[in-house]
Design a binder for this molecule. Structure first.
Ligand SMILES: [Zn+2]
Length: 50
């Protein structure tokens, strides 16, 4: 679990870019180890659906 400022990468929840003005949440919970990147609000939504 890593939290930092975005760098323009697409959010895995909404497919919108995570800009440098927004916090990016990175998590590696997938079985294949591929990290997921979310906006702060998208991470909260995603986590609530687990
Ligand atoms: Zn998003």
């Amino acid at each position: 679990m890593f939290v930092g400022w975005g760098n323009g990468r697409a959010c895995d929840a909404c497919d919108q870019a995570i800009t440098a003005a927004e916090l990016e949440y990175e998590t590696d919970v997938l079985p294949d180890g591929r990290p997921l990147h979310f906006h702060q609000k998208c991470f909260a939504t995603w986590e609530a659906e687990l």
